[in-house]
Write a protein that binds this ligand. Structure first.
Ligand code: ATP
Length: 306
């Protein structure tokens, strides 16, 4: 799988304060990459650097496998973006607005406007002026504009900010359609964990300018799964019984005789019986769930996200 964005040691410093600090990001082709962090974490600063809107203090950016600083103009032609609420002429229709943008961007392809409007489901708004649009419609029009030149990569900075739940859902569906049906790689930032969780194939978690971790959808799922927790008198012996009698391999032994079993939820009775029969005391049995939210809260040191 080829890498569409790769940054190394990417850093932006303002008055000796690191807004972005030694960032190593990897975004693979076709992925929806969720860039998650609280307000002020450094998301917008990163995105501005990826789009050439500000210059990094240090570090490297490769996009489409090329050095961004050497080939910036060519690379930017292949990227669509929304950074902050997109501005439009309020006294014109969506199509009139896009037509002006298409001219400025040098897009001459026939049907480009119609196609873009159709993707964002604004093709029927032929009369309404953009000034009468809801924020959600304006955001969709912003996506249409970002798609005019058929980009391979879409970079969206908090596209659901200020939207109501329906607007958020529409935006999510649209992003998924663009990724799945048009094979566009999407880099999308948010401060809302649940939103990113429902959308992304990979999550990059940024906090105080630093990348805490990149995890895949699979890892996300695993972090959210249920497990059985046994507290026992002899964890070593208990582990042997789990393996031998139940074929359990997916377990973790924690300090203090705590065993977490990430399978066989529902069979705690049988497991308990087997342990007791082998002379192991069972002090506690619980069914628990690891939650991604708790995990992130731990990572950023308190205070929930989203
Ligand atoms: P938000 O969602 O609130 O926009 P963010 O994650 O996008 O948050 P950034 O806007 O990238 O965060 O800001 C990261 C840090 O850099 C913040 O502490 C911010 O105050 C600081 N910062 C950003 N731009 C500048 C600037 N031009 N001058 C000085 N400091 C800045």
């Amino acid at each position: 799988m080829s890498e569409i964005i790769k940054t190394s040691h990417l850093t932006k410093t303002y008055q000796q304060q690191h807004a972005v600090d030694q960032l190593h990001l990897t975004v693979n082709q076709g992925d929806i990459y969720g860039f998650l962090g609280r307000n002020g974490a450094g998301k917008t600063t990163t995105i501005r650097m990826l789009l050439g809107l500000i210059k990094p203090t240090s570090g490297r950016i490769e996009i489409f496998g090329e050095n961004f600083f050497k080939h910036q103009k060519d690379i930017l032609r292949r990227i669509g973006s929304i950074v902050e609420v997109p501005g439009f002429y309020e006294n014109l229709t969506a199509k009139e607005n896009l037509s002006i943008n298409a001219k400025i961007m040098g897009v001459h392809k026939r049907n480009a406007l119609e196609e873009a409007l159709e993707i964002v489901d604004l093709q029927h708004e032929t009369k309404k002026l953009v000034g009468q649009y809801s924020l959600g419609m304006k955001q969709r029009l912003g996506i249409a504009r970002a798609l005019l030149h058929y980009p391979e990569l879409l970079i969206l900075d908090e596209p659901t900010n200020g939207l109501d739940p329906i607007g958020i859902k529409e935006m999510r569906n649209m992003i998924q359609t663009l990724a799945r049906e048009r094979n566009i790689t999407i880099f999308v930032s948010s401060h809302i964990l649940s939103e990113i969780e429902q959308l992304a194939d990979h999550i990059g978690m940024i906090h105080e300018g630093k990348l805490l971790e990149e995890i895949s959808f699979q890892q996300m799922k695993e972090r959210n799964r249920k497990y059985l927790e046994f507290q026992v008198s002899n964890d070593h012996k208990a582990a042997m019984i789990l393996e031998k009698h139940f074929g359990i391999v997916d377990y973790v032994v924690h300090l203090g005789g705590n065993i977490r079993i990430y399978s066989h939820v529902g069979q705690q009775g049988k497991i308990n019986q087997a342990l007791v029969e082998h002379g192991i005391e069972v002090f506690k049995i619980m069914i628990n769930e690891d939650r991604l939210e708790d995990y992130f809260t731990k990572l950023v040191g308190g205070g929930a996200i989203g």
